[in-house]
Ligand binder design. Structure first.
Ligand code: ZN
Ligand code: FE
Length: 256
């Protein structure tokens, strides 16, 4: 089986759209639909025909393009069961442990609530890619808007446990500001310092810092490193449960 082709493109202010094209199976998936015009342009550039939209969560910057794309292409709209009422034109509601056979790719659904209450992640194990929406970002994570910090922590642990070489596609380009926050917490982390330099150079060249990789995130994403004793001591939370250290870090990032 040939691997699906993946095309990521910037849209709106700092969102990314992603297309997954499986020529063998004759399917093209759009991960979320931030902006119909941008998705259509990306499809046209490649000569791909949209067959499915995979929605990670209900926020407008991930769903605003659904209705227009559906009207234009009659694609199937797949999204989280926990937010079915809040996603326009939804055809198929999914959740863990669903596995979606789409063309020749099989997409696994993981429940990753916290940013929103029904947020899901789509994982194509065979292609080594995961689409995490606004749960994990490069060196950061999404805000906890609807769920609890403990819930969000559980979602991050689940994503961090994917195979190390998994490429992670995130909803937003927040990498530079996340790296700066991370360094404020873990200034001695040399790899984190290096990633900030790399990300700044990448952004200065007008390119995307994403996708990231699970193994890199484990080394440089402070939100995934709350079990480290040095970090806990610095925060004054030596013996707190991991999710509480996470909650503290998330609060600090909100104020950063
Ligand atoms: Zn969001
Ligand atoms: Fe978003």
């Amino acid at each position: 089986m040939t691997q699906p082709q993946i095309h990521q493109f910037p849209c709106l202010k700092d969102n990314y759209g992603v297309l997954v094209h499986d020529a063998d199976g004759g399917v093209t998936l759009s991960i979320d639909a931030p902006d119909a015009a941008a998705v259509t342009r990306a499809l046209d550039e490649r000569g791909w025909r949209l067959t499915h939209i995979l929605v990670t969560h209900h926020h407008a910057d991930h769903t605003a393009g659904i209705a227009a794309l559906k009207a234009e292409t009659h694609c199937t709209v797949i999204g989280p069961r926990g937010e079915a009422q809040r996603i326009p034109c939804l055809d198929v509601a999914v959740g863990e442990p669903d596995v979606l056979p789409l063309g020749s790719v099989s997409v696994r659904v993981l429940d990753t609530p916290g940013h929103t209450i029904g947020h899901v992640t789509y994982w194509i194990e065979k292609a080594g890619v995961a689409f995490v929406g606004d749960t994990l970002f490069a060196m950061g994570c999404g805000r906890v808007l609807e769920g609890t910090a403990e819930m969000m922590w559980g979602s991050l642990v689940k994503i961090a446990a994917l195979p190390g070489e998994t490429l992670v596609y995130c909803g937003h380009e927040y990498t530079v500001s996340n790296a700066k926050f991370g360094i404020s917490i873990e200034p001695e982390n040399a790899l984190l310092q290096q990633r900030l330099k790399d990300a700044e150079a990448t952004r200065a060249a007008g390119a995307a810092t994403l996708p990231t990789r699970i193994d890199l995130e484990r080394e440089t994403n402070v939100f995934l490193r709350v079990d480290r004793q040095d970090l806990r001591e610095r925060l004054g939370l030596s013996s707190a449960p991991d999710w509480k250290v996470f909650a503290d870090l998330r609060e600090r990032k909100n104020r950063f």
